[in-house]
Design a protein around this ligand. Sequence first.
Ligand SMILES: C[S@@+](CC[C@H](N)C(=O)[O-])C[C@H]1O[C@@H](n2cnc3c(N)ncnc32)[C@H](O)[C@@H]1O
Length: 257
Amino acid sequence: MTITDLEQNWESLGQADPLWAILYDPARKGNRWEPREFFGTGQEVIDELMTHIDELAVDFDRGRALDFGCGAGRLTQPLAEHFDRTDGVDIAASMIALAQSYNRAGDRCQYHHNTEPDLSLFADESFDLVFTEIVLQHMPPVLMLAYVAEFIRVLRPGGIACFDIPPGYARTLRGTLTRLAPAPALRWYRERKHHDSVMELHCIGERQVLEFLASQPVRVIESRKLPDPDYAVTARRQYIVQRGELRHDDTQRRDGA
Ligand SMILES: C[S@@+](CC[C@H](N)C(=O)[O-])C[C@H]1O[C@@H](n2cnc3c(N)ncnc32)[C@H](O)[C@@H]1O
């Protein structure tokens, strides 16, 4: 899957049934998400995240935040309550248009359409927090890690990046099929199910992610298991890292789950 495929897939999903494509729920297919309920789920995610970061006692500024793969702004809008300025970026123009229509933070929240396999639209050291959720899993692993390196590049020293990656496929029928079925068969199935678009699911094991992070100018504050497994992948892991001059082996913490 190339970046152009990714853009076309999400653009088509964004035009056909955006809220369902963002937050998969079979009962909401056919534009049946009620926006208030949909955005309420985002508020819960960000409330939990900010409380969790406070509990970790990580000291960082609340100047500027980035929501990567912002979709309709489900997570961007509650993030904007915690930062002076918040930016959302998405590969699909239809998603950006939708996010703008739901913006209630005025100029303090800006949305950007970006179809590059990087974040070159942002200068080095621009953000205090880079956040993403349920975005990286839909792209090939090499692209996931390229974006993670970009999250770190655009972080200010002391800033935090928080991103999720599923570590493996679930031992369910769906997970096994996703892992083993030939790519053309999966594509055929998904094209029928997802409005002629292909929502791929990819994983990277925790050890490989941590090895990658060890090559980056960050310390790993935490790798934690998130509670909501998808049918096809095991529970996602959320990585919280801080950019700085600290040594990589300094205060590393793992929950071991
Ligand atoms: C499952 S949705 C999640 C949206 C949002 N994070 C949320 O949880 O509400 C994935 C989003 O990521 C966007 N996306 C996928 N690949 C992207 C990329 N390479 N760069 C920016 N956005 C991307 C899609 O257009 C889509 O809006």
